[in-house]
Design a protein around this ligand. Structure first.
Ligand code: OGA
Ligand code: MN
Length: 291
């Protein structure tokens, strides 16, 4: 079935014409979605009433192996019994809103920093797929930023200076910045990972800045100098012209390419309203065979 893609902002993000992803099994349609991902970096699908199992099935069918070594898995057992179904919510196992001082709340508040998912792992996250189940009556949007347009807009001198740099990503670092500390045992499970700062994304043939709040050090550089470079690049890459803001509706399903975008949650009254989404993220491994 031919899909159509309607752009949602100047540089990236598109809404895909009505399609029921739960029923999509043929490789040709899945590859059309992948081509849409290569072109737009963020795709919005409406009216996807996924169950948890259907979401897990779709994610693997579409893009392979799921990321399960999340920071949330280090803090508490997953309430769905599967660490590959990340609980993006402000509620506990009983469905009650998390207390202000709950560690899980503190950990997830860090989603308000610009980031890419699982950049602190190797392999890192490729596609993240977020399914909206309960949406508050007040705005609680997710913002995205286009790391390919941001790369393209750099001057040639900067592109040359950063071309070969490698960056150490650590979720222990990004949480520490907000005053959240992991125990020694938790830290041992979250060692971090090194990734190139500029990545060529196969499929699109375009280069992207690979940045995140987790980006802690430029390998081989004095720490302050590396942090300042990363800070300046994040400031550049998140200018308004590179952004798309997604206002959620129940049953929206949004897929983003972590190699080509950053994202962040926005602030809302999370001590009053419930907000529940479920995320599946694939690992950036060689693609499943299309044979
Ligand atoms: C995520 C994430 C932001 C939000 O699911 O990875 O960062 O708005 N979510 O919930
Ligand atoms: Mn995220």
């Amino acid at each position: 079935m031919p899909l159509s893609f309607t752009p949602l902002s100047q540089h990236f993000a598109a809404e895909v014409s009505p399609v029921d992803l739960r029923a999509v099994r043929d490789r040709a349609t899945l590859e059309q979605i992948r081509a849409g991902m290569d072109r737009y970096g963020v795709l919005v699908f409406r009216e996807q009433a996924f169950t948890d199992d259907e979401q897990l099935d779709f994610a693997q069918r579409f893009d392979g192996t799921l990321h399960a070594k999340t920071s949330a898995s280090v803090l508490a057992k997953n309430r769905f019994g599967n660490e590959a179904l990340t609980d993006i919510s402000n509620v506990n196992a009983q469905g009650e809103i998390l207390a202000a001082d709950d560690r899980r709340r503190a950990g997830s508040l860090a989603n308000r920093l610009w980031h890419t998912d699982a950049s602190f792992e190797d392999p890192a996250g490729r596609y993240s797929m977020l399914s909206a189940r309960v949406i508050p009556p007040v705005p609680a949007d997710t913002e995205f930023a286009c790391m390919r347009a941001a790369y393209d807009a750099l001057d040639e001198q900067t592109k040359a200076r950063i071309a070969e740099l490698r960056v150490f990503h650590s979720i222990v670092y990004s949480r520490h910045v907000l005053g959240f500390e992991f125990s020694e045992d938790e830290k041992a499970r979250l060692k971090g990972a090194v990734h190139p700062l500029v990545r060529l994304i196969p499929g699109s043939g375009r280069r992207a800045l690979y940045l995140a709040s987790h980006a802690a050090e430029v390998v081989g550089w004095p720490i302050p100098e590396g942090r300042l470079l990363l800070h300046d690049l994040i400031e550049h890459a998140t200018q308004p012209q590179f952004r798309y803001r997604h206002p959620w509706r129940v049953h929206d399903f949004v897929i983003w390419d972590n190699r080509a975008t950053m994202h962040r949650a926005s602030s809302f009254d999370d001590k009053t309203y419930r907000r529940e989404l479920r995320r599946t993220t694939t690992l950036d491994l060689p693609l499943p065979s299309t044979a």
